[in-house]
Design a protein around this ligand. Structure first.
Ligand code: MEV
Length: 290
């Protein structure tokens, strides 16, 4: 039986390769990261008090009402993820909440429960989520995935060493608008989307082996293709160039683009984080969740 505070924690995610192409049935690769969201539930007096700092959101009370009593249980939410940057902060909150709720009931939430209940909560945050974010959060691993008629098809993949740095553009991209923009540029961009899908399959062995030069080259190609399909931005291009100038083997946007975060593969991630700090760029090293 766990004792208060009742804790739930879940990681965020990064799309390593394949964003946008995945909307058209091609595979993509995502990884749970070693940063996430923690929910603490503490018995209290009277109406629920919520401390959510960076995750304060008008939709949060609705999500909390879906699981928790309105009285006698206080909620504290802390996240190490940049919010609204494509790192799955709301998916990780949804799964952390399910885990904390189960801990409060004196049990451990099953994977299926995290996925099913987590999805219901995710829907309260995003009207029509793809289901990827909370799935990666709940599983806590790296996945190759495809969108099928029956939902996501998932394949767990093993990762070798993957020293990554996240650089934040400081801007949120508008996913729906970016996805619609790509749709409007079809069929001209179809060969580019196809090449992104092929790249996802090609990088599998290099990811498993931790072959950094091959992965760096694949990231550079994926970024070129994303720029060609029209989802990069001046901020993204400037961070990609910054990372490359400071020794990154490859760098690309991660998520929908238009802003959000850039991931850079660097054999000495701390060097890039230090250079970014000096240049006033928000950056941090990340690795796989496990
Ligand atoms: C957004 O995080 C990833 C996209 O591929 C959209 C999606 O898969 O739903 C751009």
């Amino acid at each position: 039986m766990s004792a208060p505070p009742f804790l739930g924690r879940a990681p965020g995610k990064l799309i390593l390769f394949g964003e946008h192409a995945v909307v058209y049935g091609h595979p993509a690769l995502a990884m749970a990261v070693d940063r996430g969201t923690t929910v603490r539930l503490t018995p209290g007096e009277g109406p629920r008090r919520v401390r959510a700092a960076a995750m304060e959101d008008p939709r949060l009370p609705v999500a909390l009402d879906a699981l928790l009593p309105a009285q006698g249980l206080d909620v504290q939410i802390d996240t190490e993820l940049p919010v609204g940057r494509g790192m799955g902060s709301s998916g990780s909150l949804a799964v952390a909440l399910v885990r904390a709720w189960a801990a409060w009931q004196g049990r451990t939430a099953s994977l299926q429960e995290c996925i099913e209940r987590g999805f219901r909560l995710e829907r309260l945050f995003h009207g029509n989520p793809s289901g990827l974010d909370h799935t990666v959060s709940a599983r806590g691993c790296a996945l190759r995935y495809r969108r099928g008629s029956a939902g996501l098809q998932l394949e767990e993949i093993r990762l070798g060493p993957l020293p990554l740095v996240v650089l934040d553009t400081g801007k949120a991209g508008d996913t729906a608008e970016l996805v619609a923009g790509v749709a409007a540029r079809r069929p001209q961009v179809d060969p580019l989307l196809e090449r992104i899908g092929a790249l996802v399959l090609e990088v599998g062995p290099a990811l498993e082996a931790g072959d950094l030069p091959v992965l760096g080259e694949a990231m550079r190609e994926n970024q070129r293709l994303l720029a060609e399909i029209g989802v990069s931005s001046p901020e993204i291009e400037s961070l990609v160039a910054f990372a490359r100038t400071h020794g990154a083997l490859g760098a690309k946007l991660a998520g929908a683009g238009g802003g959000g975060v850039v991931i850079a593969l660097h054999p000495r991630p701390d060097e890039l984080v230090a250079a970014a700090a000096e240049a006033g760029i928000e950056a941090f090293a990340v690795g796989p969740a496990r």
